[in-house]
Design a protein around this ligand. Structure first.
Ligand SMILES: [Zn+2]
Length: 213
């Protein structure tokens, strides 16, 4: 299980103004991202760990889950993390016409703005499915898709020890964008192991920098 897939390496060949995978390295920095929240059970332990280690992250939230767990979203914002857009219903974007894809994104932006006051958020396509028509739309409008470069594989349901051993075998490089999911218990167990190890090794753990959303 290589954290760096062939697909992310290929997407990394596109201009980073269009698709962000690994960011230009400025020292020993990794960017931590969590998809699929807010989760009533599993987001809080992730936030606890980030606070304990002074780390920041970007949370790509699913729009139609916001109103069920507003307190979780408020806590993410209050603790200085960044909100990202992970669509309204988490569809395969390739199943929708372009207008439907944009409605998924715009509706979620409007809902996120009620929490952080920001009009547009970096967008990460559900399951990484990035149709050509959406990519072209983003290119035309000079917006940036927030992909990732370093997949923790925390959605595979493997135990955290296995996942951690895999990441230790393939350590991050400067500027890496780490993909995780705050909707399962393995993620917080994995983070509890990796976060102190990365910080002890001199890594700064940050949210994504501002992108052209
Ligand atoms: Zn997702």
């Amino acid at each position: 299980m290589n954290p760096r897939s062939r697909k992310t390496r290929l997407l990394g060949l596109l201009p980073s103004s269009l698709v962000v995978t690994r960011l230009p390295a400025r020292g020993k920095v990794v960017h931590l991202t969590f998809d699929d929240g807010p989760d009533p059970e599993h987001t809080a332990p992730v936030l606890d760990l980030l606070a304990r280690h002074g780390a920041k992250a970007t949370f790509f939230l699913v729009g139609n889950r916001l109103d069920d767990h507003p307190g979780v979203v408020e806590r993410i914002v209050r603790e200085g993390h960044q909100l990202g857009n992970h669509s309204w219903t988490h569809p395969f974007m390739s199943d929708l016409p372009l207008a439907g894809q944009l409605e998924e994104i715009e509706r979620t932006d409007r809902a996120l703005a009620r929490f952080d006051g920001i009009e547009r958020h970096p967008f990460r396509p559900p399951c990484g499915v990035l149709p050509a028509n959406l990519l072209l739309h983003y290119a035309r409008h000079r917006r940036t898709i927030a992909y990732w470069s370093y997949d923790s594989h925390d959605y595979t349901k493997l135990p955290a020890d296995r996942l951690a051993a895999n990441l230790e075998q393939h350590p991050p490089r400067p500027g890496e964008v780490v993909l995780m999911h705050d909707d399962n218990a393995e993620t917080s167990a994995l983070l509890a192991r990796m976060l102190p190890a990365w910080i002890a090794a001199g890594w700064q753990v940050q949210a994504l920098p501002p992108l052209r959303a």
